[in-house]
Design a protein around this ligand. Structure first.
Ligand SMILES: Cc1cc2nc3c(=O)[nH]c(=O)nc-3n(C[C@H](O)[C@H](O)[C@H](O)COP(=O)(O)O)c2cc1C
Length: 243
């Protein structure tokens, strides 16, 4: 398991960087701890400048059980009340990304990129990788699917940096499609939570093992021998009218 620092903690802090020295100090402390404890990368989430009502009310008023901790973050689940959660809509810009790069040795993965244009800018600003993500479709429900966005993005920057993807990956065949479209790896959100809720760590293991079996079957069925060389043409785009 590779520990990453979750981006959404950093992001609101970044928004306040220019005006708030305490925020900058707190951010630096967390980054220092991340390096000290062997974290491999920083994931900076950039797709939620503001929480809307659907996420907070209908979405699910998600909160961690109080006995859990947020790792190295100076927060506890008691500090976060879903109904009071808000984000500064003066969200971070490319300048804050450059600042973040200048104060950490860790590679930065930009999470939430959905267009080729933004991917190109991300590469220009020196990110180590892009995580194509729509926050699980929980924020802007009219946005593109992440596999569509991945296909567009991998065409323009695929050879230059690593691409990851998340959002709606539910089966091993979905993983194979993501690999075919240019992802180096996928991330899972809710499937892990569902497994955890069902039977704790065993439930999570079962989710992962089931997906792995499905991935192997999907590879056998499409003649793929190597996860690092999945041919693009196993995925076909059907016009919407035919769906
Ligand atoms: C309950 C819940 C809370 C989430 N909180 C965050 C968050 O704080 N920061 C973040 O970058 N993404 C957050 N996400 C989005 C996930 O990181 C991920 O992008 C998404 O769940 C992937 O889609 P999937 O659930 O369909 O696999 C959250 C997702 C869920 C379901």
């Amino acid at each position: 398991m590779v520990p990453f620092l979750p981006g959404s903690w950093i992001k609101p802090s970044l928004a306040g960087l220019k005006t708030n020295k305490n925020v900058m100090h707190e951010t630096l402390q967390v980054l220092q701890k991340a390096e000290q404890y062997g974290y491999s990368a920083i994931v900076l989430t950039v797709d939620v400048p503001k929480f809307g009502k659907p996420l907070l009310t209908k979405g699910m008023p998600f909160r961690l059980p109080f006995h859990l901790k947020y790792g190295i973050l100076p927060l506890s689940p008691q500090d976060i009340k879903p109904e009071e959660r808000t984000l500064d809509d003066n969200c971070c810009s490319w300048d804050e990304l450059l600042w973040l790069k200048s104060v950490t040795k860790l590679p930065i993965i930009l999470k939430g990129i959905l267009t080729a244009e933004d991917a190109r800018l991300a590469v220009k600003h020196g990110v180590a990788a892009i995580q194509v993500s729509n926050h699980g479709g929980r924020v802007l429900v009219d946005g593109p699917t992440t596999l569509e966005a991945l296909a567009e993005i991998s065409e323009v920057v695929g050879g230059e940096i690593d691409l990851f993807v998340d959002g709606g990956i539910r089966t091993g065949a979905d993983v194979l499609k993501a690999l075919a479209l240019g992802a180096k790896a996928v991330f899972l959100g809710r499937p892990i939570l569902f497994g955890l809720h069902h039977s704790g760590s065993n439930g999570v293991l079962e989710v992962l093992e089931t997906m792995k079996e499905q991935l192997v079957l999907a590879m056998q069925s499409t003649g793929c021998r190597d996860v690092n060389a999945v041919p693009r043409n196993i995925v076909r785009k059907r016009p919407l009218a035919q769906l």
